[in-house]
Design a protein around this ligand. Sequence first.
Ligand code: GDP
Ligand code: IMO
Ligand code: MG
Length: 433
Amino acid sequence: MANVVIVGTQWGDEGKGKVVDLYAENADVVVRFQGGNNAGHTLVVKGEQTILHLIPSGILHDNKVCIIGNGVVVDPAVLLGEIDDLRARGLFPPNTRLLVSEKAHIIMPYHRRLDAARENRRGGKKIGTTGRGIGPAYEDKVARCGVRLIDLFDEGVLREKIAANLEEKNFLLTRYFGEEPVDAEEVFAEYREYGKRLKPFAADTSLALAREVRRGSRILFEGAQGSHLDVDHGTYPFVTSSNTVSANAACGAGIGPAAIHNVIGIVKAYTTRVGGGPFVTELTDAVGDHIQRVGREFGATTGRRRRCGWLDMVLVRHAIRVSGINALAITKLDVLTGLERLRICTAYENDQGERFTLAVPSQVEALAACRPVYEEIEGWTEDISQARRLEELPKNCRRYLELIANLADTELALVSVGAGRHETIVLRNPFSG
Ligand code: GDP
Ligand code: IMO
Ligand code: MG
């Protein structure tokens, strides 16, 4: 029996939600450990689409424990909205429990205001954040002035923390950014109410997880974003404000690293990126438009058009290393159907004659100066969405998968050929061994 972490190997939106929803069938507990509602994880079950921003993607299944860990930043209005929406649609099974860490940091209105104000000020150098206040909320956590879920239940503490924070934030907003201040009493009244509604979900989730580990439960950790949006290991500064790598599953959930056994890296069969930052294999031509259209590459959170490009194995190798990934799940392979020739980037080169194969250059300027080195193979035209076994895929499609596994030197655990839960070729059960 093994516990499993799912992480994205690119810049997010690899299809983590779909894979977590599928794997959740065999899990007892599903845990989000970082990020916030900058994430948008899409599940398609019986033709019905659900987009989750905060609630773990195991929620649609009966009899699971879904945990939002201490490493997540929680916007209470978004979380409550998600709970209400799932309940209204009859999708929150009564015997599935949702627990939110009382230590999780809370996204406040001033975080969203600062996120937007900073982006405006950056002008042409925008990060292209989701505008959800993620960065400022993590800043406050590290600055030791953040509001945590447990603070919403204590009126005295909440009022004091909001007042202390607003003294500084309103100075910034009015004097530096030239904007309207945030009203402390309004924020207090709003967040006190959120506290009342969230109280039944609040728990010491580290303790709850420890009990599950002792009981031998199968635990699935659901990463958000992707390896190259990691604040340490990604394309800094065009990253998010948390560690997205697998090791943070331990820290962001409050368990020891020995409780993690398998790490599955989700690899979209091509590459996408929302927001700013270098993108070596980006396609700004008709092929890029084709992938964007067929893959319906619009942000699940902001609706922005995702930039598209060929699969980049330098990104994937780097991700495999920093997360200790031991198997890959390839998604959206069906989107490449019909393209005459496919390219896979095997290395980067620059004008100085340097070659990068295993690691993305650490400096974003150096990365922007890189050109892709491609290996080209023939595509396929047959519809693959009905395939449930590798043997049912066209020869060139299987060659494409073999090439990925060889270039990554990592085995494949799953191949996804459609958005639906079971439009999947399962090659290995991640919970066994
Ligand atoms: P996540 O953030 O990693 O969970 O990914 P998103 O949900 O933001 O984006 C992935 C999109 O691709 C969603 O619309 C999914 O429904 C869809 N999707 C996932 N797997 C497949 C697949 O194998 N084929 C196709 N065509 N769509 C997929
Ligand atoms: P999922 O979990 C894709 C990107 C933003 C921006 C950068 C910083 O659905 O894969 P932030 O709001 O986090 O400060 O924005 O990170 N970003 C994502 N891109 N998928 C996501 O999540 C993302 N979450 C953040 O577009 O470039
Ligand atoms: Mg997404």
